[in-house]
Ligand binder design. Sequence first.
Ligand code: NDP
Ligand SMILES: N[C@@H](CC=O)C(=O)O
Ligand code: NA
Length: 428
Amino acid sequence: MGVKLGILGLGTVGTGTVQLLQDVVGRNLLLQSVEIYRVGVRSLAKIRDVELPADVLTTDLESIVNDPAVDIVVELIGGLEPARSLILQALNNGKHVVTANKAAIARFGAEIFTTANEAGVYVMLEAAVGGGIPVIQPLKQSLSVNRIHTITGIVNGTTNYILTRMQTEGSNFSDVLADAQRLGYAEADPTADVDGLDAADKIAILASLGFDGRINLEDVYCEGIRQVSKTDITYAEKLGFVIKLLAIAKQYSPSSPLSVRVHPTLVPKAHPLASINGVYNAILVEGEPIGQVMFFGPGAGAGATASAVTSDILNLVAVLKTSTTNPNPLLTCGHQDYCQIAPITELVTRFYARFLTKDQPGVIGKLGTCFGNYGVSLESVVQTGFQGGLAEIVVVTHDVREGDFRQALAEIQNLEAIDSIPSLLRVL
Ligand SMILES: NC(=O)C1=CN([C@@H]2O[C@H](COP(=O)(O)OP(=O)(O)OC[C@H]3O[C@@H](n4cnc5c(N)ncnc54)[C@H](OP(=O)(O)O)[C@@H]3O)[C@@H](O)[C@H]2O)C=CC1
Ligand SMILES: N[C@@H](CC=O)C(=O)O
Ligand code: NA
């Protein structure tokens, strides 16, 4: 008996998924029993890159999630609504759901997974984090016997692509963003990528799986890459770092709250994440007893993401073909409690800061005194250039509590010799 798919969305990922499913020779044999039964889109007039019988396409997405013949709904429209309502309707109708929608899962995961568990169906989301990289199922299954203490990822392809080209070609931010949009990497509204919100959604999902609890998205500290300048990329390079947008979830000790955050970070060139370039993503998982495992691969794009979507479809086809009354706990998400998240002021990290100061004798000494007042010790202080008659001083600290560092900065900002502090970045 064939398994009937109702696919919602035929954009970058939807098209990639249909292409993969229309070309099954040499792939897992189970895919041969999958039928693309209905596909929901916004516009029937649009020219598509795939051929589908005319009666398969519809603009009535509700008719798909309510159609008793549909076994699996594949949600690839993105955004919050109507995606949330369509997913819930499909689940309430007893259909399994595959989604690539990290924005909806990070915000409505509790409601969506509770509905799925009550209906006895599954929500699969491998494409939602790391695009084509298998990371959701490994965290739920292969790594779940470990005590995870840190997940550090480059999880947004668009920003990694932009930062890489800014670093290697000295390219301009907006030109590179336009290329990322053209290549299908960026979200419909690319501010979600650029401002770190997409990465925040993804680390919330990974942290929930790695640390076995729900994550309140509002507790995730988030900074994007808009303030990363060519000047900082050049300084970072000279100091032995590259700048990456990192998403980090870390538990410093078994009983302490989690630190979950997204921010541009100076990564030492020798670190495994430093060499992840372009649209590639990587997720470094550290736990006990396994040690370090790194997942690497294409984090966005039609084919790569379609691979993840289709792997979820495949899992569900296997479930439908062997259906038992008891749900498989390695496929469900059953968390009930929320993880406790520490405020960013409690973070202990190294910092990079760039100051523009008046060219006066003793400025570095004054900076050092202010830092010393709050227990901030300095790893390096460099004064290399001048900008518009102002001296440029770059400081890298040793590990410091973020709250103490911010207090020192507030005092420094009031120094007569200080013009401005154009950059402040954390260092891995
Ligand atoms: N692009 C990527 O590399 C990746 C994307 N994702 C996620 O996958 C999902 C899809 O992304 P992507 O394919 O890039 O998005 P696109 O914008 O390329 O495609 C969206 C599709 O959904 C349809 N659609 C959107 N809203 C509606 C609506 N209200 N009613 C009917 N149809 C609608 C559009 O119809 P029409 O074609 O008629 O306009 C289009 O076919 C998102 O959740 C995204 O975050 C995840 C990993 C990687
Ligand atoms: N816009 C996202 C797409 C994949 O999730 C990205 O750039 O990573
Ligand atoms: Na993935």
